[in-house]
Design a binder for this molecule. Sequence first.
Ligand SMILES: Cc1ncc(COP(=O)(O)O)c(C=O)c1O
Length: 403
Amino acid sequence: MSRMRRELPPTAGLPLRLPDLLPRRARFAAQLAGWLGVAQPQLECSGTAAMVVALHAMHRLRPQRDEVVVPAWTCPLVALAIHRAGLKLKLCDLAPGSIDMDAAQLRALCGPRTLAIVPTHLAGRVVDVPAAMAIARGCGAYVLEDAAQALGARSGGASVGLQGDAGFFSLAVGKGLTLYEGGVLIARDAVLREAFMASRREVIRSSLRWSLQRAAELLGYAVAYRPSLLYAVYGKPLREALAEGDPVAAVGDDFGPDIPLHPLGRWRQGVGTAAFARLPAFLDFTRKQALSRLDALRALPGVTVFDDAPGTQGAWPFLLLTLPTAAARDAALGTLWTAGLGVSRLFIHALPDYGYLRDIVPATELPNARDFAARSLTIGNSPWLRGDEFARIVDTLRRTLRG
Ligand SMILES: Cc1ncc(COP(=O)(O)O)c(C=O)c1O
């Protein structure tokens, strides 16, 4: 029999164990409340659903406002969520070489129609929420922190999502803790929390079909999320998509317009209850592993590695880097993307450049977001990525950069 092909994941997801899958009393929301330090975290079926529920509630509270400002380099699901909530998307370019929105442009984009600003903690890094809050307060908008990729990240000791008016996390596959799909919505203020619950009653509809499908997918994840089986479910489709010249499909950025909006089932909440017990130690391990690997990447000429801003402690699902040129990035990925080492890209395009979003995303000049999309790559931070494998990645990058 041929040896199983080793394939590492592009993000550090917490592996599930068989006992996690046994039915149990779900205490997941209460566990999250204690750990995040916020009352009544609201469980939803995805980060996207959490965003729809939040925006719907905010629009009910401030109905004269209908614009939502997001960074131009973010998950396409964000655009779909804003559209689903019946609102208009406004794109803010990134600051040069940064994942933060450009503050001057953000200020210029906000006004009496702005409902919410969405600072986005990409790659687990904590972005500048106080800057967004200052602008939002100046124009009467909310701040909704997109912490989809940042469960466990903290700023000044408090969880992300609590500096703004509200925030949400994703529990989608590959995130620190996954229920295959899932989302958590939080708010400091009781008025918003009540509004979120009212919004959920209006927006979320139970669906046996989705409950069963997600339960089956979570079972599949529990079985297949390991280096010996990831080739079949992740590596092979990835290579096929790349061979067809479809990087959007390769990273799973190809979303349909329908957003499932159903409750997060009890059984999956119970799985979250069991897996949660291992989450803090897992996040701690991945943080230490990431920090121990940053210097080797920083030593590469022209490479920027995204690290924690002062006073913040991010989460580390993967390492995000930019290479000096798009050509160097493409050359590096030519070798590394299909090497089975968990090297990948985050979002392939700035939002206007996804063909399927054309009708809902305004065509906008976004030089910095496009530059970031062209020069960035990610290195998965799974505990399975051994030191010698990480060294191979660094070595390949070094040789590529030498040209
Ligand atoms: C930045 C960002 N926002 C929102 C989402 C949507 O979350 P979900 O996949 O849980 O619907 C994602 C998903 O990965 C994301 O990366």
